[in-house]
Design a protein around this ligand. Structure first.
Ligand SMILES: [Zn+2]
Length: 330
């Protein structure tokens, strides 16, 4: 159901109004980081609009809703990059357009969801552009992307850009607890996933607890004498052949570090343990909390978040992390 998609209530309302007033655009770009929920949102929108009950959300029981839930609705087409090469080829776009032109359909309106639309090869994008210039009637396209600048400008100019909202940590925490996550894990994952539920559910497999143990160890042992070595160690550990993976590793480590220092700040202020993100490691953080003022700890937490933001903006991590570690020893 649309109501189950976290963080997008306002966007969903806007879409519903547009649909009811018959002024849905030809094409939308749903833009937002991986895991924010672009695919579920697009599918739930289409499902709701096609629901035979015609309410403000999918009824989940009519034949249309059931087909949509099983991924075999004839009026919902989903395209994604090929497993091999992770690209959308011109042939794939061509086949999609053929389907739109010739395939029999049951409903009044059709929806095409293109995942990772920025993975269209140039010829594919140009071919798709022609479709947008002379669009088939009663079709709405949803182009999903985490890298909006990588989309062809001429395509972007023909679409309405919709920026997905980050979900509130407490909503993600509840979402995880509803899925039988242990309370302490739900709290930690929700705090680390940066408002992206899809990221929260993959944290278990990404070994976040082991990662946190490493980050914590480094943080509590940090001194002026070893800051340089500690920074070099982190850079080496997180290095991957794929630069986006390296960046993601740094991003995750810094996110953990920020929650730990935030907890230390709260402890320095004498706050209750129930407010901590990492209550299970509070005793290890205690010396750090005791050695600094809340003001300094807060400033250091902000520096960590700022470093994380810069890394996401493609600034070279080497200098950023060395500088951050020096600042953290003050
Ligand atoms: Zn229905």
């Amino acid at each position: 159901m649309l109501a189950d998609v976290l963080g997008q209530k306002k966007l969903a309302r806007n879409f519903l109004t547009a649909w009811k007033q018959d002024r849905l655009a030809q094409a939308y770009i749903l833009s937002g980081p991986d895991g924010i929920g672009k695919t579920p949102f697009a599918i739930e929108l289409a499902k709701t609009f096609l629901c035979r009950e015609g309410g403000d959300d999918a009824c989940e029981v009519c034949p249309s809703c059931r087909k949509a839930a099983h991924g075999n609705h004839e009026d919902i087409e989903i395209m994604e990059p090929a497993t091999k090469g992770r690209v959308i080829s011109r042939d794939a776009v061509h086949a999609l357009i053929e389907t739109l032109n010739f395939r029999a359909r049951s409903g009044e309106h059709r929806f095409v969801i293109i995942r990772e639309a920025d993975r269209m090869q140039e010829a594919a994008a140009n071919h798709f552009l022609k479709t947008l210039e002379e669009p088939p009637t009663d079709v709405t396209f949803f182009l999903l992307t985490a890298r909006l600048p990588a989309l062809l400008e001429t395509i972007v100019s023909r679409c309405q850009i919709v920026r997905m909202r980050r979900a509130a940590p407490e909503h993600i925490e509840q979402f995880l607890r509803d899925r039988e996550y242990a309370p302490e894990k739900a709290k930690l994952y929700a705090s680390l996933c940066d408002g992206c539920p899809g990221r929260a559910v993959t944290m278990e497999e990404s070994g976040v607890f082991e990662r946190r143990a490493r980050v914590l160890q480094r943080l509590v042992a940090l001194t002026r004498d070893n800051a340089e070595i500690a920074a070099a160690q982190m850079l080496a550990e997180n290095k991957d052949k794929i630069t986006t993976v390296t960046r993601r590793n740094h991003y995750d480590d810094l996110g953990l570090m920020a929650t730990l220092l935030r907890d230390a700040t709260l402890m320095a202020e004498g706050a209750d343990t129930s407010l901590l993100y990492n209550p299970d490691v509070a005793s290890k953080l205690q010396p750090r909390a005791a050695a600094s003022s809340p003001e300094l700890l807060r400033k250091q937490t902000l520096s960590i978040l700022e470093t994380r933001e810069n890394i996401e903006r493609f600034v070279n991590p080497d200098l950023l992390i060395s500088r951050l570690f020096l600042e953290l020893c003050n």
